[in-house]
Design a protein around this ligand. Structure first.
Ligand code: SF4
Length: 327
C-alpha cells in the first residue's frame, strides 16, 4: 500500500474485501476511495478462476466443480455436506507429479503448481454458492500439497485468518502422500492445521506400486517422520488407507497395519476404493471389508471407515477433469 501511496491500514481493508467478503470486482469495495479502486483495477486481477462445469450428485448433497484458470488449465474442487459439517476439498496443483496409478489425477500430465490465489479462490467461489457456511477444508484435491508447500500453507493461513474466512485450524486438513522432507519442515514450523497421510500399503513392495514416491521415501522413513510430527506438534496424525480388492485387503495386511501404526499417536481412516472407469482397481466386497475392519478394530488407535461421497458424479480427485478432457 505504501509503495502505491496508500495508507497501510488499506491493506487490511483490501484483504477483508478479497478474502472475507469474497467480492469479485473492485467496484464492490465501497469503503475504498474511487481513486484507489481505479488504481487497483488498472494494476491487479481479482479473480483467478471461473466456473466451467458443476455436477450435482443424485445420491447425496455432493457437488463437484470444474474450474478454468486464467491460463486455460482446468482444476477440480468438491463440496460435501454431512449434517452440519460442510467440507470443501481443494486442489493445489494442475495434475500431479506423483502419478499414483489408482488416482485419475495421477493419469494426467503434471502442468504446474497453483498460486495461493487460485487455491483460495476455489473456496471463495464455492462459498458464494453455498447456503450453509463452510466449516471444514481438506487439501486433498488434485495435486500433492507438500510439493506446493508455500502456496498451500499461505492459502490455509488466509482461510484460517480472522480477516479471511475464519475457518478453525482444527478443521483444516493438509493431506500428503508422504513427502517426508516437507513433513519435517511442517513439524518444525509448528503449523496448527491437521495432517493426514495417504499410507495405502503395509509393505514397501505394495506401496511402491500404489504411491510411487515410496521408492524415494520408504514406509519406515514415512513412519519416522510421522512420529516426529506427533512429538513436535502434540497432535495425532491421520493415516488414510484406501482399501483395494485383492491388493491390500488381506488379513495379513490388517495385522501389519495395526503393528506399523501402533507406536504412533494416530487415527486410521479406511476408505473402500472408489471404482471408476479410468483404472482397473476394484473395491473389496462387503464381507472382506467387514473382516478387515474387525481385525484393525483391535488397534490401540481410533479407526473410522469413510465411504466415498458423490460416487455417481466421479467425485474422487481428477475424475471429472479426466472425463472432460476425454469426452
Ligand atoms: S493420489 Fe494424490 S499424490 Fe497420488 S497422484 Fe493423486 S493427487 Fe497425486
Amino acid at each position: 500500500m505504501q509503495e502505491i501511496g496508500e495508507k497501510p491500514f488499506r491493506a487490511k481493508q483490501l484483504f477483508q474485501w478479497m478474502y472475507q467478503k469474497g467480492v469479485r470486482s473492485f467496484d464492490e469495495m465501497s469503503s475504498l476511495s474511487k481513486n484507489f479502486r481505479e488504481k487497483l483495477s488498472k494494476g491487479c486481477i481479482l479473480t483467478t478462476i471461473k466456473e466451467k462445469k458443476i455436477v450435482k450428485s443424485g445420491l447425496d448433497k455432493t457437488i463437484k466443480y470444474l474450474f478454468e484458470l486464467n491460463d486455460g488449465n482446468l482444476i477440480e474442487s468438491v463440496y460435501m455436506i454431512e449434517g452440519k459439517r460442510v467440507t470443501v476439498c481443494l486442489s493445489t496443483q494442475v495434475g500431479c507429479p506423483i502419478r499414483c496409478p489408482h488416482c485419475a489425477t495421477g493419469l494426467m500430465k503434471f502442468k504446474r503448481n497453483l498460486t495461493t490465489g487460485e487455491i483460495v479462490d476455489q473456496l471463495l467461489w464455492i462459498n458464494s454458492n453455498s447456503k450453509m457456511p463452510i466449516t471444514n477444508v481438506v487439501f486433498m484435491g488434485m495435486g500433492e500439497p507438500f510439493l506446493n508447500y508455500e502456496n498451500t500453507i499461505n492459502a490455509a493461513n488466509i482461510l484460517n485468518s480472522e480477516c479471511g474466512q475464519e475457518i478453525s485450524a482444527r478443521k483444516i486438513t493438509i493431506s500428503t502422500c508422504g513427502i517426508t522432507t516437507a513433513m519435517y519442515r511442517y513439524a518444525e514450523e509448528k503449523h496448527k492445521f491437521k495432517l493426514a497421510i495417504s499410507l495405502n500399503g503395509t509393505t514397501d513392495d505394495q506401496r511402491n506400486q500404489l504411491v510411487p514416491i515410496n521408492k524415494k521415501y520408504s514406509i519406515k522413513e514415512l513412519l519416522e517422520a510421522s512420529l516426529f510430527y506427533t512429538r513436535k506438534s502434540h497432535k495425532k496424525v491421520t493415516f488414510e488407507y484406501i482399501l483395494i480388492a485383492d491388493f491390500n485387503d488381506s488379513h495379513s495386511d490388517a495385522r501389519r497395519l495395526v503393528k506399523l501404526l501402533s507406536p504412533i499417536p494416530c487415527k486410521l481412516n479406511i476408505i473402500p476404493f472408489n471404482e471408476n472407469r479410468h483404472v482397473t482397481y476394484k473395491c473389496p466386497s462387503e464381507e472382506t471389508l467387514e473382516k478387515f475392519i474387525k481385525e484393525v478394530y483391535r488397534a490401540p488407535f481410533i479407526v473410522t471407515v469413510r465411504r466415498s461421497k458423490g460416487v455417481d458424479i466421479a467425485a474422487a480427485c481428477g475424475q471429472l477433469y479426466t472425463d472432460e478432457i476425454h469426452s
